[in-house]
Design a protein around this ligand. Structure first.
Ligand SMILES: Cc1ncc(COP(=O)(O)O)c(C=O)c1O
Length: 489
């Protein structure tokens, strides 16, 4: 390859095509914005619309690249230290589907953490694989799932030597990191493949103050949400892989299966440019984000009623390292829920968090932030803490939540069999002994209580009802009040 990291071969090819003033008789139908309603045309702008292009010869083939897309992907692989990198246009969700489809087929076992993101459960449903769940550690103080320990992985692979792969979420949404290198060694000793959901890790390679990224830790394949953390457009992600355990042509086939035949070129170009930006100034930008986040953490920890966890958690179960750019503010000391604080911040202080759960609010500090934004965040949190503190309101929920976590249920069917079987809705209180056909999760800590294909127990029914009475947020079931639940008929 004759390109340098300062080049953007894909964007350059697109710009050349536009500058050549070709009359397009191809998709998209708006023809560089000319046929678009003026409202949308003005909003996006003619310059951007001209770059909304299609798969024509000089712009390469997304699914079997030979030209500018291939060059852009090769530069990406070089920068991230991967053997191959693939652009993905439907987020890390699409990347995870392809990773799972490429490694575990119908009836084959895949080992995954219980707090798997819904895209992982989705990938398992699509492939027909059988999940074997590992329990992540839970931090009681934060009410949050941390990493899965190497010890848990070792026990699970020893118990399921026929599994094809182990999937690890690293870092977690809240920036918690497990000992990935150790896990990779354990899994490879058992001749299994290591998949990493690295949605929150596209920046890790650019600072020695951040945890090691999956490919450098020896993982076989990972998916990163470039759009979440670095400068790519929403839905633009990357799958990186190493040769050896992964059959690359098969992976490519699975990426084809899970993605459109009409990729959005502006999104693809955003991946090309985001890669160039990280190559040229990634270290400077990420170091700055870390400094800002560290400053914010220190300030927030001086506000009475607030706690922002940091390096003091390292060494606790499931916490081998952490990404300091994730600012998780535990607000239970104010007597407010995370969701309440999120709403107050949005409507009174014009500050929007990434997400909240019952105890915590998460803020992402990225290369898009400067001193002004971070100071505004700290000032807003200080004002909320002064104005709203109602000590001890959240405690009863906490006690209830932690005392009675139910035993993991028995698996009867694969998630796919449960989902595509005959199903019906039954009253939740009468569902004991039935096989669940949907996911039931409470936040926190976001660990599914039930997954499709699992037997519902009385202990689970009682537990869910207690959490509901405590006002905790349910996610997953069709009936989000959980009066009824979908079961296999
Ligand atoms: C841990 C994790 N994995 C995967 C995803 C899916 O990523 P995307 O939104 O890029 O599809 C997310 C999204 O929030 C996530 O948090």
């Amino acid at each position: 390859m004759h390109f340098k990291q300062t080049d953007t071969p894909l964007l350059a090819a697109m710009q050349y095509y536009v500058q050549d003033r070709v009359i397009p008789f191809h998709t998209p139908g708006h023809k560089q914005g000319k046929g678009m309603h003026p409202t949308l045309e003005k909003l996006i702008g003619r310059d951007a619309l001209a770059l909304d292009l299609a798969l024509i010869e000089e712009l390469d083939d997304f699914h079997e690249p030979y030209g500018c897309i291939k060059d852009a992907q090769e530069l990406t692989a070089q920068l991230y230290g991967a053997d191959h990198s693939f652009f993905v246009i439907n987020g890390t969700t699409g990347g995870i589907y392809a990773m799972i489809l490429a490694t575990a087929g119908p009836g084959e076992k895949i080992i995954v953490p219980r707090n798997a993101h819904r895209s992982i459960i989705g990938g398992i449903i699509l492939s027909g694989a059988t999940p074997v769940f590992m329990q992540p550690e839970v931090d009681e103080e934060l009410g949050m799932a941390m990493g899965v320990t190497p010890e848990t992985v070792a026990l699970t692979v020893a118990k399921h030597p026929d599994a094809k792969a182990v999937l690890i979420i690293n870092p977690t949404y809240y920036g918690v990191v497990t000992d990935l290198q150790k896990i990779v060694d354990i899994v490879h000793e058992h001749n299994m493949i290591v998949l990493v959901d690295e949605a929150h890790g596209p920046h890790l390679r650019f600072s020695s103050r951040l945890p090691i990224q999956a490919i450098d830790a020896g993982a076989d394949i990972c998916a990163q949400s470039s759009h979440k953390i670095i400068g790519a457009l929403t839905q633009s992600s990357i799958v990186h892989c190493r040769e050896g355990r992964i059959r690359v042509p098969h992976l490519k086939a699975m990426l084809q299966l899970t993605q459109s035949t009409s990729p959005n070129y502006i999104m693809l170009a955003s991946l090309d440019v985001a890669r160039m930006q990280m190559a040229v100034e990634g270290t400077k930008l990420i170091e700055q984000a870390i400094d800002l986040a560290n400053w914010a953490r220190l300030e927030i920890n001086q506000i009475p009623g607030l706690y922002c966890f940091g390096v003091e958690k390292i060494g606790r179960p499931g916490v081998f390292d952490m990404d300091p750019t994730k600012i998780t503010v535990t607000v239970k000391g104010l007597g407010l829920t995370g969701a309440e604080v999120e709403k107050i911040l949005r409507h009174e202080y014009k500050v929007q968090a990434e997400l909240s759960d019952i105890y915590n609010v998460l803020f992402l500090i990225t290369l898009g932030d400067q001193e002004y934004e971070v100071k505004t965040l700290v000032a807003a949190l200080r004002a909320v803490a002064t104005k709203y503190a109602v000590p001890c309101k959240v405690d009863s929920v906490e006690d209830d939540h932690h005392v009675h976590y139910p035993a993991p249920p028995q698996r009867i069917l694969s998630p796919r069999e449960a989902l595509f079987g005959n199903t019906c809705l039954v009253p939740f209180t009468e569902s004991m002994g039935m096989v669940c056909a949907e996911i039931v999760t409470f936040y926190p800590p976001g660990i599914p209580i039930l997954c499709p294909g699992e037997r519902i127990t009385q202990e689970i029914i009682d537990y869910c009802q207690r959490l509901q009475q405590a006002g905790m947020h349910i996610s997953g079931p069709e009936d989000c009040t959980l009066q009824t639940i979908k079961v296999v008929d």
